[in-house]
Write a protein that binds this ligand. Structure first.
Ligand code: V47
Ligand code: SF4
Length: 366
């Protein structure tokens, strides 16, 4: 039986999704604008279940933010500091080894490594970082650096983008997270992150990374000054890249947190907007397998609900998240495997612990 929609405009969208017809920009805008949140959620849930049934994924991961010193100083970022500011840090390779060794008895499958653009660190530092992490954790995947860092490293090393990626891959880079895209458009770039690479360069780099056989995630930072149309355009741009490269693994909507940023007056995103962002992503990104509800940003309770609005993945255990907590996130800094599984089960789904490439983990050994 077809679901009952309070908003008649959702009926043709549901029909398209059932037939496997691609949604238009207007459909995307409608999903965001509708007052029928549950109707939009039902369509997204149907699309999610068609791909993943009752499964909800999570990964046992550890975040390492090797430096918060960054020359870009994006307006939305609470994490970055200037070198001389109090609280600025850059971890030595020894410090990184220590942090890995501190948790060596835990079954970590993924190391999520990102940092600021710190001009005191040479290209050798990045190579040593990857090699050291691989040596200490040979069986964990290294998910490191955004396209912003790849562009920076290519300039730092004087190597072209392709050669830079090849060196990083050789040193142990397995995949890349989705950060740095923000909203892929010139207006937002110029207003919020003028020193960071723009959307043209981000697209150029992500395509080069995919061509080199490295998969990446994609993100969208929402809830600041962007319009709904700009959000939908962002999703369509990602969909077009995916048609060409098939290199995106998951999409992660990132809810803006304003505390300690240069836009402290902006209110937090609402639960309705967070859920619509998940649903719109699931429905517009018909060529993405995975949509993540990043519990750190939207909180543990809402991420449970998001599993019924199109999300199939809750990201991971994390343990020490810094970027969003510096900007005021009130979620936990990390969760245990038991807590992740409890959250998923209580939301009515079957938890599957995965590796970075969505292969289910068997529970024997590390
Ligand atoms: O690029 C920065 C965002 C990103 C704030 O790929 C902020 O699996 C909210 O990309 N409020 C980094 N967001 C984090 C990221 C990520 C996180 C988890 C999983 C994955 C993945 C990727 O965080 C940045 C920027 O878009 N960010 N400041 C803020 N104040
Ligand atoms: Fe630097 Fe990234 Fe923060 Fe921008 S978002 S200031 S590039 S660390």
């Amino acid at each position: 039986m077809d679901p009952i929609f309070m908003d008649e405009r959702l009926k043709p969208i549901y029909a398209k999704v059932r037939q496997g017809t691609r949604l238009s920009k207007e459909d995307g805008i409608c999903i965001y604008q509708t007052r029928d949140l549950l109707g939009a959620g039902k369509i997204a849930h149907a699309a999610r279940c068609a791909r993943h049934g009752n499964t909800a994924f999570y990964v046992y991961n550890q975040h390492l933010n090797y430096t918060n010193i960054c020359k870009n100083r994006c307006r939305f970022c609470a994490y970055a500091k200037d070198r001389q500011e109090s609280g600025a840090y850059a971890w030595s390779i020894e410090e990184i080894s220590r942090r890995l060794m501190d948790r060596i008895d835990e079954p970590v499958d993924e190391l999520h490594i990102v940092g600021g653009l710190n001009e005191a660190l040479g290209f050798d530092y990045y190579m040593d970082l990857l090699k050291t992490v691989k040596q200490i954790r040979p069986h964990a995947a290294i998910k490191a650096f955004t396209c912003v860092e790849i562009d920076y490293l290519s300039r730092l090393s004087g190597l072209g983008v392709d050669e830079t990626i090849a060196h990083l891959k050789e040193a142990g880079l397995d995949m890349m997270p989705g950060g740095g895209a923000e909203i892929l458009n010139t207006r937002i770039h110029d207003a919020l992150f003028p020193k960071k690479i723009d959307h043209t360069r981000w697209i150029e780099i992500v395509k080069a990374v995919h061509k080199a056989g490295i998969t990446t995630n994609a993100t969208m930072l929402y809830g600041h000054i962007e319009t709904i149309e700009e959000r939908v355009d962002h999703l369509i741009t990602l969909r077009e890249i995916q048609d060409e490269t098939h290199g995106f693994s998951a999409f992660v909507p990132l809810a803006f947190h304003s505390k300690n940023t240069r836009m402290p007056e902006l209110p937090p995103t609402t639960a309705v907007d967070d859920l619509k962002s998940v649903a719109a992503a699931r429905l517009m990104l018909d060529n993405f397998d995975h949509i993540k509800a990043y519990w750190v940003m939207i909180g543990e309770p809402l991420s449970q609900v998001a599993l019924s609005f199109g999300a199939d993945d809750l990201d991971g255990t994390i343990i020490e998240e810094r970027i969003t907590h510096t900007a005021g996130a009130s979620s936990a800094k990390g969760l245990t495997r038991e807590q992740m599984e409890h959250m998923i089960r209580k939301a009515g789904f079957e938890p599957v612990q995965r590796d970075s490439f969505y292969n289910p983990k068997t529970r024997t050994g590390r």
